[in-house]
Design a protein around this ligand. Structure first.
Ligand SMILES: C[S@@+](CC[C@H](N)C(=O)[O-])C[C@H]1O[C@@H](n2cnc3c(N)ncnc32)[C@H](O)[C@@H]1O
Length: 541
């Protein structure tokens, strides 16, 4: 079903007023159905939530709850007396039709006609049926806690069968990963490429003067614009078009994109879902984003993205990404974190199921073969998934000898899927890289450092032994890294309290350990640089 194209600001504002009045919030819903139902919903299962709502209703009106085990019948024979939040949750999250009168009561300002006109519901035979998903969303970022309502297309959980190819995605795990990684320092202009329901643009709008949100899907842009209005966000501009085409010749301080990176066989009998498939061969969409993004960044501007990269026969996937970074028109820093690597079969299963095709069906097997043929054609042995942060150099005409671009390619299978603090950490790591690049060993020797506040040290001892067998530095925030230290480096870190310069501390350690100062300096400084880069110790000034 298409969202009504004549969405009016007035209707959206009325909807917002009704959602506010009914306290349609994450907290209200958690309270309505409890933690286990919440977890089941995260797994894509709605029965526990339906049962919880039915139980709630029967405790309020003992004779009205259905006893049938059918999922939708678990809700109400007549929902007209329901609390508004129950009606809205049943309808828009769980996909259960409700009495039209119950919906009218839940959105008194918008009214039933308004809900129909906005394209939220269809009414038939006295029942209202949801045409979209509408749910509360809460978050914490550097500006503090916040909450929005987000409209998207109905998900697989409430649809019978596969998704349509023009499906507009709601806020999923990948969306949360990217929004958690997003650097949120104040900037003037941000681009959200492939905005979908607009979730990244909404987040960016909190720290940006102006956000341009693009998508190839007009329907996605309509929904994203509705979401912006619904949440009182007025600094996002929406533009239709393929990749960078809507921003040709423009530059931004920051670019975020959760691009349609899913590798899909290019065959007529394989559905191309707009929300995840950019229509290119293999990982071609990632190559386009990485090679093209620098042109649209202001000097010093940061681009952050999620993506897949192929490992083809005899080639490291990281080398493919390195090649794309090198091929960029503008010089880029690059920091890639690979969180997962899947073999072609596991990858195919993941994405065929994601489209709503169940395994064990002839369709599933046909699609599975198509995916494996496609991977075999290019000699793909596995597919990496992770995050990529790129930064345009401050000056394009750098002396290539003097320029030390960041090239950090890491495998981090335990990296957090989503964390609201990672954006701040990523910005700090980029700063640390700049500091390190600007300080040679003599300057580092004179520098004063301090241990970051989230760092702790753990020492293990063999029984009866006074000297530790291992010393481990642990990071509480960021990527929660751990580093093994030897006695000298542990002493240097331990004495870095913002008082004494590095050189003075190293000379004292050399005396204590009866070591040669130049040799100790040569041994410790490279490792100290790594600790600074990872955020364990911070330079003062
Ligand atoms: C994975 S979704 C990301 C949605 C949202 N930004 C998020 O983080 O949840 C990718 C989005 O890219 C859009 N898209 C697909 N192909 C595109 C293209 N060639 N150019 C621009 N956007 C495209 C899709 O319509 C979809 O909304």
């Amino acid at each position: 079903m298409q969202l009504n194209s004549e969405v009016t600001d007035t209707l959206i504002d009325r909807l917002a007023a009704d959602l506010e009045t009914s306290d349609f919030s994450v907290g209200t819903l958690s309270e309505l159905w409890g933690e286990r139902a919440e977890q089941a919903l995260h797994r894509g299962e709605r029965v526990p939530a339906l049962r919880a709502l039915a139980a709630r209703r029967s405790s309020q009106a003992p004779h009205s709850a259905e006893t049938s085990s059918s999922a939708t019948a678990l809700v109400f024979a007549s929902a007209s007396e329901s609390e508004p939040a129950v009606t809205l949750a049943s309808l828009f999250l769980l996909g259960v039709p409700v009495d039209a009168s119950a919906l009218a009561a839940a959105v008194p300002t918008l009214g039933l006609d308004g809900a129909v006109e906005l394209g939220l519901v269809a009414v038939e035979g006295g029942q209202a049926r949801a045409l979209v998903d509408l749910r509360p969303y809460s978050f914490v970022d550097t500006a503090g806690a916040g909450s929005w309502w987000i409209v998207s297309d109905l998900g697989e959980m409430v649809l019978d069968g596969a998704l349509t190819t023009d499906h507009v995605l709601g806020v999923g795990g990948a969306s949360l990963t990217l929004s958690g990684l997003m650097v949120s320092r104040p900037v003037e202009r941000v681009l959200d490429l492939g905005t979908g329901c607009g979730i990244q643009a909404l987040h960016a709008a909190r720290h940006a003067g102006h956000v341009v949100a693009t998508d190839i899907s007009a329907r996605a842009l309509e929904i994203a614009a509705l979401n912006a209005r619904l949440n009182g966000v007025h600094n996002i501009e929406f533009r239709l078009g393929d990749m960078f085409e809507p921003v040709e010749g423009e530059r931004f301080d920051q670019i975020v994109t959760n691009p349609p990176f899913v590798i899909t066989p290019r065959r007529a009998d394989v559905p191309a879902y707009e929300y995840r498939d950019g229509g290119r061969i293999g990982d071609g969409i990632m190559r386009e984003v990485v090679t093209g993004v620098g042109r649209h960044l202001n000097p010093g501007g940061i681009a952050q993205m999620l993506g897949n990269w192929e490992y083809r026969a005899g080639e490291d996937g990281f080398d493919r990404v390195r090649g794309w970074v090198q091929a960029s028109d503008a010089p880029l820093d690059a920091w890639l974190i690979e969180r997962e690597r899947q073999d072609p079969a596991a990858y195919a299963e993941t994405w065929i199921r994601d489209g709503g095709t169940r395994s064990g069906t002839p369709d599933f097997d046909r699609l599975y073969n198509a995916w494996l043929d496609d991977f075999a054609d290019r000699g793909v042995e596995s597919v990496g998934f992770g995050y990529l942060t790129l930064r345009r150099a401050e000056q394009d005409q750098q002396d290539p000898q003097a320029a030390k671009p960041l090239r950090r390619f890491e495998r981090m299978p335990d990296a957090l899927a989503a964390s609201s603090g990672l954006g701040t950490h990523i910005a700090a790591v980029l700063d640390a890289h700049d500091w390190i690049a600007a300080h040679d060993d003599d300057a580092l020797w004179r520098a004063t450092l301090q241990v970051a506040p989230d760092v702790t040290e753990e020492r293990n001892y063999w029984p009866g032994n006074d000297d530790p067998s291992t010393i481990t530095l642990k990071q509480g925030g960021g990527f929660a890294r751990t580093v093994k230290l030897d006695t000298a480096l542990a002493a240097l870190v331990g004495a870095s309290d913002g008082e004494l310069p590095v050189g003075v501390i190293v000379e004292a350690i050399a005396q204590l350990l009866d070591a040669d100062v130049p040799a100790l300096r040569q041994e410790l400084l490279p490792r100290l640089r790594q600790l600074i880069l990872d955020g364990f110790v911070q330079p003062l000034g």
